[in-house]
Design a protein around this ligand. Structure first.
Ligand SMILES: [Zn+2]
Length: 113
């Protein structure tokens, strides 16, 4: 499952941060998963619960935001917001959209103690 790898990478990244800054635990994490990302937020939440067991992140609350995707229409050149990769351009109805944002996962905030 792709989401487990993502969680492992996230925990590894925060473990390095923990060594550097010397905090004990992560109590809350807020991440965003753009709506154009192929990650499934529910699968990620499930993988997160499994992955953080017996780590310094055990019991951390995971908040997931889903920002809309941004794309440039290759037909009319307008910058548009879309919810899926299959959406048509709301301006001209063109279907050739080039994603420019909202297609990634990133960490927005975390609370530590
Ligand atoms: Zn267009």
């Amino acid at each position: 499952m792709h989401e487990l790898t993502i969680c492992d990478n996230l925990i590894g990244m925060l473990a390095a941060e923990r060594r550097r800054r010397g905090f004990t635990a992560v109590t809350r994490l807020k991440i965003e998963i753009g709506r154009l990302s192929c990650l499934d937020p529910e699968a990620l939440r499930y993988a997160f619960d499994i992955s953080v067991r017996d780590t310094f992140m055990h019991g951390a609350t995971l908040e997931i935001e889903r920002p809309r995707g941004r794309a440039t229409c290759l037909d009319c050149g307008t910058a548009v917001e879309v919810d899926t990769r299959l959406d048509a351009c709301p301006h001209c109805g063109g279907v050739r959209l080039d994603p420019t944002g909202g297609d990634k996962m990133r960490l927005i905030e975390m609370e530590i103690r």
